[in-house]
Design a binder for this molecule. Structure first.
Ligand SMILES: *Cc1c(COP(=O)(O)O)cnc(C)c1O
Length: 376
């Protein structure tokens, strides 16, 4: 008997892939339980928008649903439709970007809960409920200080005209602008404003905090948390040690090694000149894989075989490759095809992000499509 095609394909693909992205689903599950116990008696929902921050919405949501998560957030309608195809109706799926005009029936068909972000969306939804004599589930977002999504101060007077017997909102929510800076005065201001606004909508559940907001304290928890980055191993409290478990390991393959003499330069723009005779390894990861060119000459990687020897990234990151200094590795210690850890425990996403003046969120959501994703 021959192997099923899918198995053969998977093996071949692993051989062909320039890099492997290991995604530890049990670390995500453990992170979920850590946050959940922290916010009890509030519920802990999972934000799986943007393909679960690049890690794969379907396997991530399946693992979270299996461990007891009942509420999920996505940004786009199409993300909601894709998620609904694997989750039964007992799971709640909120779509943060609201209802594009004319898509109301699609929300109903797929049992998706839109977050209504302005009074037009709210009015349309209420008339839909009225026409069908049915209070369809939807949430309402208030803007409490980000000037982004949500009903603003200038629109609040419109709420007087809503008949909450016709439409009973499933959720009122808002979003914190500065939750990763615990001492920022905006946290208290937004909290107080949200407490006042939620009184305008009787009998609705409420949600204010995302990952960092969880750590501001119980006052910010309300009924439901919307956890994203912390599930995926990002540090929700940047001034303190990361309480979350790392989730990913990005392992690039060595596709070539070479010796260069003192004085040779490396890569586009000749931004690095060898101060001595050196040995280099070419890795099959580049900026087309979402590995930022801004990392050029700034970071290091490790070989799992020699975890104490940092391998500096030399010269510029190219579109499809980058170059590491392996001069200090034993002569026969490394071969073509060996894997080098580029992101992982030795170089977590938040530390890496600092080198490119960005945040762990952007590292994750940029993780390229050419990586072969392996779930463990
Ligand atoms: C993305 C998002 C979240 C999740 O934020 P994290 O900081 O990743 O936990 C929560 N709420 C809203 C409205 C979002 O857009």
């Amino acid at each position: 008997m021959s192997q099923p095609y899918s198995l053969i394909d998977a093996t071949l693909f692993t051989q062909h892939a320039g890099a492997e992205l290991y995604i530890n689903l049990s670390a995500i599950v453990q992170n979920y339980h850590y946050l959940k116990q922290k916010v009890t008696p509030a519920q802990c929902g999972a934000v799986v928008k943007a393909n679960a921050y690049g890690l794969g919405m379907i396997p991530v949501a399946q693992a979270l649903a299996k461990t007891g998560c009942r509420e999920f957030f996505v940004a786009h309608l199409d993300e909601g439709i894709a998620l609904r195809s694997i989750l039964g109706k007992e799971y709640l799926i909120y779509v943060l970007h609201g209802v594009p005009h004319g898509t109301e029936s699609i929300y109903l068909e797929h049992h998706l809960i839109p977050i209504l972000n302005d009074v037009h969306q709210l009015r349309n939804w209420v008339s839909l409920c009225k026409d069908h004599h049915n209070s369809y589930q939807a949430g309402i977002q208030f803007d409490t200080g980000m000037s982004r999504f949500g009903i603003g101060q200038d629109e609040l007077f419109e709420l007087q005209h809503i008949d909450w017997n016709i439409f009973q909102p499933a959720l009122v929510m808002s979003h914190l602008a500065c939750a990763d800076t615990p001492n920022h005065p905006a946290n208290q201001q937004q909290l107080e404003q949200f407490q006042a606004l939620k009184q305008l909508v009787p009998n609705s559940r409420a949600s204010l905090a995302a990952s960092s907001g969880i750590f501001l304290g119980n006052n910010w928890h309300f009924d439901l948390i919307r956890a994203g980055i912390a599930l995926y191993g990002g540090n929700p409290i940047p001034d303190q040690p990361n309480p979350m478990q790392n989730v990913i390991s990005l392992q690039g393959k060595i596709i070539q090694t070479r010796y260069i003499p003192k004085g040779a330069s490396i890569g586009y723009g000749a931004t690095f000149t060898a101060p001595k005779d050196m040995r280099l390894a070419l890795i099959s990861i580049g900026y087309a894989d979402g590995f930022f060119r801004a990392f050029s000459n700034k970071i290091s990687a490790i070989s799992p075989k020699f975890p104490t020897i940092p391998l500096a990234l030399l010269g510029r990151v190219s579109m499809d490759s980058l170059c590491l200094d392996i001069t200090d590795l034993p002569e026969n210690g490394i071969q073509i095809g060996d894997k080098i850890e580029i992101i992982g425990n030795h170089y977590p996403i938040d530390i890496l992000a600092q080198q490119a003046d960005t945040i762990g969120y952007e590292i994750l959501t940029s993780l390229g499509n050419r990586y072969h994703r392996i779930y463990t």
